[in-house]
Design a protein around this ligand. Structure first.
Ligand code: V47
Length: 353
């Protein structure tokens, strides 16, 4: 059946369809993605009031795209004490944060307890603060470093108060590209397995895709389809987050910046391919807030949050180091003709502005 007919009938799309979607003109593609978005979410743009914390940048892995970890191009290694982390949590709560998003480098120094104790301390002090922490890459690292099974690490996460898992570490699943950009890190198969195990505990997570470096369009579609297959089984992914590759201060040379049209196409295609994932997040830190707002007309329905402080993408050139003020966030959503909806980390609506 012809692709347009399949889109009109809301039929499930194949790998071949996904690739063919890139050949549609941007506005035709956008219209189809927007229709799906409107049916699911109307004019709502979701966001949360959150704070990112990155407790250490001293990393055993060497991902070529990463400018955050301490290395020759970005020295200043640090590992925070639990007291320092708690102070950041205090400040975040004072500023209204309802979620703490914690992502660390892969660091053996403090044992698995250093990672896990952080969550227990935060939850003891702020039981209703949502702790989104430990990417599948970190879980894989902890498992290998401290001779624990994935199930054991996940058991500890539940015990120590992790509420949901962030979507980091997915990068791109195509093994030949993964080998070039993040050799030695969690395999694609294990990334997916860890999320499935987490979901089997009745817990939710997100899924990212790092794009705009050396991957092909076919690799992006492959990535989406591997996620769709897991989601069919578990239903545990809340949001898909396409992360636009930032090119400064790292070791991954790319020829060209992707450009807005290709970014919007990829977001729109993810909305159409991932028919079983409720939310598509245009993460403003990697796309700029302006493009993230335009992306709302191309399938996205979420912006992530105000963040307060951002270290991973800003190290690589993004203008996100200090987050965004809540007022600016709300203003830009409203003036774009959308309804700002503050959500919690599991997409329950908290406040409509
Ligand atoms: O996995 C690293 C990415 C991710 C670069 O789950 C880069 O709600 C762009 O996963 N250019 C960590 N991206 C951040 C992350 C995330 C962010 C926001 C929300 C959620 C969520 C998750 O950052 C890593 C990696 O793919 N990253 N370097 C770079 N140069």
């Amino acid at each position: 059946m012809n692709l347009i007919q399949k889109l009109k009938n809301s039929e499930r799309l194949s790998h071949e369809d996904g690739l063919a979607l890139y050949d549609l003109d941007l506005f035709t593609l956008g219209e189809f993605a927007n229709k799906v978005r409107q049916i699911r979410h109307g004019k709502k743009v979701f966001f949360n009031i959150n704070r990112h914390i990155n407790p250490t940048n001293i990393c055993a892995d060497v991902c070529k795209f990463c400018a955050f970890s301490a290395h020759r191009k970005n020295p200043n290694p640090y590992r925070m004490t639990h007291d320092e982390i708690l102070k950041i949590a205090d400040e975040a709560v004072k500023n209204g944060a309802k979620e703490i998003h914690i992502v660390s480098a892969h660091n053996k120094e403090g044992g698995w307890q250093w990672y896990l104790e952080i969550f227990r301390l935060i939850k003891q002090k702020y039981p209703s603060l949502h702790v989104k922490a430990l990417t599948a890459a970190e879980i894989d690292f902890i498992s290998r470093s401290f001779d624990m099974s994935y199930e054991e690490v996940i058991e500890k996460m539940c015990e120590y108060g992790v509420d949901s898992m962030p979507g980091g570490g997915a990068e791109i699943f195509a093994e030949n590209i993964r080998e070039k950009i993040c050799k030695g890190k969690v395999s694609s198969q294990n990334w997916l397995k860890i999320h499935s195990l987490w979901h089997s505990r009745g817990k939710m997570s997100n899924a990212t895709m790092l794009f705009g470096h050396i991957e092909s369009r076919a690799d992006r579609i492959d990535h989406m389809l591997r996620l769709r297959a897991v989601q069919d089984e578990t239903g545990g992914f809340n949001a898909f987050i396409p992360l636009v590759y930032q090119r400064e201060n790292n070791y991954l040379q790319t020829s060209d910046f992707l450009g807005s049209a290709e970014i919007l196409k990829t977001i729109a295609i993810s909305r159409l391919m991932l028919d079983n994932v409720p939310h598509i997040k245009a993460y403003w830190a990697t796309s700029t807030i302006n493009l993230a707002m335009i992306a709302q007309e191309f399938g996205a329905d979420d912006l992530d949050g105000t963040i307060q402080k951002e270290s991973i993408q800003s190290a690589a050139g993004a203008k996100s180091a200090n987050g965004m003020a809540l007022k600016d966030f709300i203003d830009i959503i409203k003036t774009s003709g959308y309804t700002p909806v503050e959500r919690d980390s599991l997409y329950n609506e908290i406040k409509i502005y």
